[in-house]
Design a protein around this ligand. Structure first.
Ligand code: NAD
Ligand code: UDX
Length: 473
């Protein structure tokens, strides 16, 4: 099989950027060019301020950029020169048309594929890196075969990405597994072997798994659906905990000790966010419906429903604790990113919660250590409403510290589990002193020591923990 020496990655986003930067870092003999249509994004990748925040990413990029890693908007040249092309473009949920609100919009995958067909003059291995519905490789193959130049042969592989944001570099350096799906033909197997060799430069061979294309495509949706289902399950249990006096952290710990269940991904929260879970489950729901499997569709849909319900329930709890009205009260929202150690806000629970708080006429002060101010305004403004930001600014302020957000507040609401919000890092005595009394804290991430804060004087409300006394009454 062919030895890969030149890689092109189409899409310089959260996946394409870190993934291919790590390939360049681990494979000095391979030249990697990451291309995108978005000039501003490419300029940022070429600057000191990378377009995404990810621990360890700066070091990796700076070590290899300009040596064997390049960022460019010259898509044609990068495609022409490459032996192997990753398609790592966005596949958002469709906003209109058939499958609106559920199906993945494959427009970007298709246009990248057509671009490859148009300019390639030699054989290429084309790799689906984006998360796509099962059997997308078939559509890509048809587009390539019917538009490709004579003499250029295309092999298609599926190689889904399992990195999580905030730990992307760690995940890429030591993945649990690398999946490579191919057709079970001589050419398909050879292409898979070429890609396996690339990962073989740092991933132990037994963790590089090859399988059939469709299994590989579906495994990605399956992994995300199962992970999200765990969170919805523990969040559903958190509601029972609040109503009974059980403590969800204790329940997670207890069930997690069962080796069949395992301890990871059982942290109750304000609800999962991020660009993947909801989108990929809805994609699976749509796939199930298209395959005439309504019960299967309904089953997975419930995972997303539960997540929405968790956010509503948390809001309800805040309203009832604050004497049934938020009107004119100041809420300090700590954390806007969908999880810690990322500046990404896509589908962040904070966005939904703040929308609910606004509907209750609360005043909201937001602090996040990494999210850009402009991003927060963008996420909170109603799309299409002219100058909604002016209206927003009457109700919402963005502050540059947690202390500033909490000043004069009636409640602190923890939405993201940033380490700097822990009671070992933040001076909660100082915060308490500047707040309205009674001073409430709503811990949506279970990162605080409730007893310690209650000693200071706070009224502390946590997801999955009730205020019922431990004794029998
Ligand atoms: P993203 O929006 O950050 O990046 C996609 C990039 O592709 C954008 O910069 C866009 O300009 C570019 N693009 C779109 N069409 C193009 C074209 N025809 N030519 C050149 N560039 C083009 O998206 P992302 O978060 O990196 O996700 C990419 C894919 O990976 C999605 O399918 C997603 O589901 C999947 N995925 C994401 C994650 C994650 O944590 N974000 C993890 C695993 C898988
Ligand atoms: C996820 C998958 O983990 C990853 O494998 C896939 O490639 C992309 O989608 P990501 O969305 O980046 O990664 O982050 P993840 O760590 O999975 O967290 C998703 C959301 O679930 C976050 O909002 C997080 O706070 C929440 N979460 C996670 C919980 O509420 N509880 C948990 O126990 C774990």
């Amino acid at each position: 099989h062919k030895r890969v020496t030149k890689i092109c990655c189409i899409g310089a986003g959260y996946v394409g950027g870190p993934t291919c930067a790590v390939i360049a870092y681990k494979c000095p003999h391979i030249t990697v060019t990451i291309v995108d249509l978005n000039q501003a994004r490419i300029d940022a990748w070429n600057s000191d301020e990378l377009p995404i925040y990810e621990p360890g990413l700066d070091e990796v990029v700076k070590a290899v950029r300009g040596k064997n890693l390049f960022f460019s908007t010259d898509v044609d040249t990068a495609i022409k020169e490459a032996d192997l092309i990753f398609v790592s473009v966005n596949t958002p949920t469709k906003k209109s048309g058939v499958g609106k609100g559920f199906a993945a919009d494959l427009g970007y995958v298709e246009s990248a594929t057509r671009h490859i067909a148009k300019v390639a003059v030699s054989d290429k291995i084309v790799v689906e890196k984006s998360t796509v519905p099962c059997r997308t490789a078939q559509s890509m193959r048809k587009i390539l075969d019917s538009n490709g130049k004579p003499g250029a042969r295309f092999d298609i592989l599926s190689n889904p990405e399992f990195l999580a944001e905030g730990t992307a570099i760690r995940d890429l350096f030591a993945p649990d597994r690398v999946l490579i799906g191919s057709l079970d033909t001589a050419n398909g197997r050879a292409a898979a072997a070429s890609l396996a060799d690339v990962y073989g430069n740092w991933v132990p061979r037994k963790q590089v798994i090859t399988m059939n294309l469709w299994s590989s495509e579906l495994s990605k949706l399956a992994a995300n659906a199962l992970l999200a289902q765990r969170i919805s399950s523990i969040n559903a249990l958190s509601a029972i905990c609040e109503a009974t006096g059980a403590d969800v952290d204790e329940v997670s710990y207890a069930v997690g000790l069962d080796s069949r269940i395992g301890p990871k991904f059982l942290k109750a929260s304000v609800g999962f966010g991020g660009s993947c879970f909801q989108k990929d489950i809805l994609n699976l729901v749509y796939l199930s419906e298209s395959l005439h499997l309504p019960d299967v569709a309904e089953y997975w849909r419930q995972v997303v429903e539960m997540n929405e319900s968790q956010k509503r329930r948390f809001t309800q709890h805040i309203i009832s604790s604050l004497f049934n009205t938020l009107t004119g009260k100041r809420l300090a929202v700590l954390g806007f990113a969908f999880k810690k150690d990322t500046g990404d806000t896509r589908e962040s629970a904070a966005i939904t919660l703040i929308k609910y708080f606004r509907q209750e006429q609360a005043k909201i002060a937001i602090y996040d250590p990494k999210v850009e101010e402009s991003q927060i305004w963008y996420d909170l403004a109603e799309p299409g409403v002219v100058d909604d930001v002016t209206a927003l600014k009457k109700q919402v302020t963005i502050t540059s510290s947690a202390y500033e957000a909490a000043e004069g507040a009636d409640a602190v609401v923890i939405c993201t589990e940033w380490d700097e919000f822990r009671d070992t890092k933040l001076d909660y005595e100082k915060i308490y002193a500047t707040m309205n009394k009674p001073a409430f804290i709503f811990d949506g991430r279970l990162i605080l020591n409730q007893k310690k804060l209650e000693k200071i004087g706070f009224k502390v409300e946590c997801i999955g923990r009730s205020r019922l006394e431990e004794s029998f009454e």
